[in-house]
Design a protein around this ligand. Sequence first.
Ligand code: TEU
Ligand code: CA
Length: 539
Amino acid sequence: MKEYKWWQNAVIYQIYPKSFQDSNGDGIGDLPGIIDRLDYLKELGIDGIWLSPVCQSPQFDNGYDISDYQNIDPMFGTMEDMRRLISEAKKRDIRIIFDLVLNHSSDQHPWFLEAKKGRDNPCHSFYIWRDGVEGQPPNDMASTFGGPAWEWVPELGQYYFHQFAPQQPDLNWENPDLREALYRMLNFWIAEGIGGFRLDVIDLIGKDPDQKVTSNGPKLHDYIKEMNLNTFGGTDLVTVGETWGATPELGRRYSNPAGNEFSMVFQFEHVRLDQQPGGKKWDLAPLDFRKLKQVIAKWQTELHDTGWNSLFWNNHDLPRIVSRWGNDREYREKSAKMLATVLYGLEGTPYIYQGEELGMTNARYSIEDYRDIELLNLYKERIQAGYTEQEVMRSIHAKGRDTARTPMQWDNSRNAGFTRGEPWIKVNPDYTEINAASQITDPQSVFCYYRRLIQLRKKNEIIRFGAFRLHLPEDEDLFVYSRMWQGREIFIACNFHDKEREFIWADYLSESSELLITNELENLEARSIKPYEARMYLI
Ligand code: TEU
Ligand code: CA
């Protein structure tokens, strides 16, 4: 038996706390709510929870703007609740993975409040300040959420740098005191018994705004290695680096077992293939399906044995996959299962974003019902730039972050069982049809399909270690691949579209091939593959 780390055999579930389960009727999900739902997660079969930020925060960006790294936001509960969550999860063999935002803090963090007091304040250089040129910002860099990346502070006569909202000033990693303060904080959470860290936009910490460098700055890997050495290095914690700008080569650097950086990367190349070349995510284009296969194949091959990847279609920044690349109307369940099958045969650690296991769909609301800062900024910007209301709403309904941030759909009672009060964002009205209660007991449900896929992965060494091979790379509809390990093979064939296709299964299968899982409820054809059909065989 080849040795492996626990997280190489794990499935991780992402909770967006605000929308998971409210326990006290204020309309906002909270830690006690999560504790109440741990048995549901155990039933699904997951091993870890990636908990989006619950630290104290003014919530301009739903917690990705932290004002106290060592306290829980009262809206989510108390430190006591957090300790109870960690221990209750542990009883169920589930580890809590803490989401840390180290690239920036909130502008309400005491460090920043101090920093603004004067150029000689010890905290001043925890952030990035420039004087500007003749009353203008030092350069034309833009923030990810719209507008310039420089904000003027009149009291100081200086600009500070922020890659996201002005309420999220970038931390200055060049300052060793800042780095040490952050490491102390990481060690605080390690001592509390958390199971790992998800590190938000970690590829931005080595930025050099004078050179207009944001991701992959010159000292990035030095900082990561130093953090590793001073905190989680040598422990069995899982560490996941969010890296939008990673190539497979960089992915190997971050996640090489001998590299003293992270356990794995969380990279996005495969989820950026439906936007216009050179455009932003809002500039919609049809998915380039062959490119998708090529990109997945590339990462599978290039990280094999030398790195480790995350496997995901969804998170809190991305639209729901069944609405995006599946079919959330007549083939909702079938296409949701197909998309899962594609992912669950690959090498890496799968992530489920809350509600994905139910086949939850994009919330297509009118603009007043959305809350996200990025989405609302985009709306304003594009309307001002002369786009029509209809065009902008089409982009938002396809890609807006709030499409996937609506409350978890637990049952068909009022507000989907999420809250007894008024939810902070509207519940998707399709909850009467799509909800956990109806799926747990239905063996044909999307939920039960995910549970079976998870079990399959766990007991299958081929899925964990096998070499990857893509078949039919040029095919416009079919995603077909094999995994090979010690003379055995797993074979996966999926139809990404709604037309039936000829497919001679015997070309790939042998007499003794065993069907491991399929989403096809009627008879399996020997010479065709039906719309959104998926099958996984042991050859
Ligand atoms: O996301 C990183 C990031 O770059 C996103 O803002 C991305 O550009 C955008 O969502 C695409 O629509 C992380 C967090 O996951 C995100 O929720 C935060 O808003 C962001 O960092 C800032 O902390
Ligand atoms: Ca609450």
